[in-house]
Design a protein around this ligand. Structure first.
Ligand SMILES: Nc1ncnc2c1ncn2[C@@H]1O[C@H](COP(=O)(O)OP(=O)(O)OP(=O)(O)O)[C@@H](O)[C@H]1O
Ligand SMILES: Nc1nc2c(c(=O)[nH]1)N=C(CO)CN2
Ligand SMILES: [Mg+2]
Length: 234
């Protein structure tokens, strides 16, 4: 997704959470200033026409059925701690997507082993960027932002770690997205996380309907409505 399509949704997210756009720009600048080189996104051509498992970090990821669905996929993208769950089941991931808030040692280990990690900079992870990025192998770090992309820092669309993985797969031409480990109504999460998951759900619904490329047909027939181009669950 290009930024001009993403920007109105980004503005709605800023508004909803009260985030400061200049904070996100600072996150982008910190990534820019720390990275001497980056992962070449052209390498993500492995996603083209692939069946891609998009693993969220919800508790259902560990069910046998979901682990089998991941094993059956051509390519596995995993958000944050979902990587650790999959690795403990002997499942390798092709790319990790994270804002560095949970398992920095996994980020360092993957980049060291030559597995790309899409590292997201935003206004609330500036310290994590400074603490973790210098310990990573830069040629396996793909820096991302949710604000306007600049220089080496890319924006493929998406907000939370998991939905950004789905937007990444879409951007690089995945044929099919298989969602595992997505528990939108997880009673164990706090209020802020629940609101982030609400956004993730809305964004994935938008992405999937956009991928189907028949918004106008779906509008009013599925259990969602379209407001300003953003599908909102009814
Ligand atoms: N029940 C769930 N709990 C946690 N993550 C979930 C769940 N269901 C789906 N996910 C996806 O897995 C990702 C896990 O990443 P992580 O726990 O680091 O969250 P995050 O996006 O950094 O948000 P936060 O700032 O709240 O930690 C989430 O971003 C979300 O997209
Ligand atoms: N500014 C800001 N941006 C975010 C935040 C956050 O806490 N603050 N959390 C996210 C979850 O992955 C994604 N983006
Ligand atoms: Mg995270």
């Amino acid at each position: 997704m290009e930024f001009d399509e993403w920007e109105p949704v980004y503005e709605a997210i800023l508004d909803d959470f009260g985030y400061d756009r200049t904070g996100d720009e600072r996150g982008r600048e910190r990534l820019e200033s720390l990275l001497e080189e980056t992962y070449d996104p052209a390498e993500l051509a492995i996603l083209r026409d692939a069946t891609v498992a998009v693993a969220g970090a919800g508790p259902s990821l560990e069910t046998d059925r979901n682990l089998d669905r991941v094993r059956d996929a051509d390519v596995v993208l995993a958000a944050s701690t979902a990587v650790d769950v999959l690795v403990s089941e002997d499942i390798d991931v092709e790319c990790m997507v994270t804002d560095l808030d949970k398992n920095p040692e996994t980020v360092e280990r993957l980049t060291d082993a030559g597995v790309p990690v899409a590292v997201h900079g935003h206004g609330d992870n500036l310290d994590a960027i400074r603490n973790v990025v210098p310990n990573c192998r830069h040629e396996y770090v793909l820096p991302t932002t949710q604000t306007e992309p600049r220089g080496i820092v890319r924006n493929f669309g998406g907000f939370t770690d998991g939905d950004r993985a789905a937007f990444l797969a879409d951007h690089f031409g995945a044929a099919e997205l298989v969602f595992v480990g997505w528990d939108f109504d997880d009673p164990t999460v706090d209020r802020t996380k629940a609101r982030k998951l609400e956004w993730a759900e809305r964004l994935l619904y938008w992405l999937e309907t956009r991928r189907m490329d028949h918004f106008s047909i779906l509008d009013g027939r599925r259990d969602g409505i379209v407001t300003d181009g953003i599908p909102i669950e009814s």
